[in-house]
Design a protein around this ligand. Sequence first.
Ligand code: AMP
Length: 115
Amino acid sequence: MPDTIFDKIVRRELPADIVYEDDEILAFRDIHPQTPVHVLFVPKQKSLPTLNDCSAADAPLVGKLLLAAAAYAKREGFADAGYRCVVNCNRDGGQTVFYLHLHLLAGRQMPERMS
Ligand code: AMP
């Protein structure tokens, strides 16, 4: 599996604006934010290219990405106002970095539809 930019961020070979970290997850600000708050949550230990590559054994990890995003929203005080979590998958999903990641988007009203 080829290295991605997120592999390098997880290994601290590239800089990132890290906002959260635990044993399994790293979260950092998106370099091209689409919303006032735009944070990416990635698994640290296992590089899964896309959501399609996740199996039932990865369910706890995928769930932890979502829960880490919710915990961050609560910690930062915008959980009640709301936010959006997005996982892009492959070409039609608009995925550009093939290392599983969850986008947390917040800080403004989202459009009702994504397209
Ligand atoms: P996706 O299109 O779902 O694969 O999302 C990839 C995201 O990674 C995009 O929103 C990019 O702006 C973001 N991105 C790319 N390179 C970096 C980087 N070095 N640091 C932070 N975010 C990045």
